[in-house]
Design a protein around this ligand. Structure first.
Ligand SMILES: [Zn+2]
Length: 66
């Protein structure tokens, strides 16, 4: 297995901003497995939750001015 090939497949997670080989795609963005799992565990009244929401806001399509 080639290291170069592995490197090319790494994507930057929008939450932790690290390059991870595995994760999910949300629209055009990428969230690594670790962050996805942490988001699932985080309750809505935890400060950490708003951190995730803030990150996720960047993922969504630009606001519509109608
Ligand atoms: Zn991550």
């Amino acid at each position: 297995m080639s290291k170069d090939q592995m490197g090319n497949q790494l994507e930057s997670c929008i939450v932790c901003e690290e390059k991870k080989p595995e994760g999910i795609h949300l629209y055009t963005s990428f969230i690594c497995h670790e962050c996805e799992a942490e988001m699932v565990r985080t309750k809505t009244d935890e400060p950490r939750y708003s951190y995730f929401i803030d990150k996720l806001k960047r993922v969504k399509t630009p606001p519509l001015y109608s």
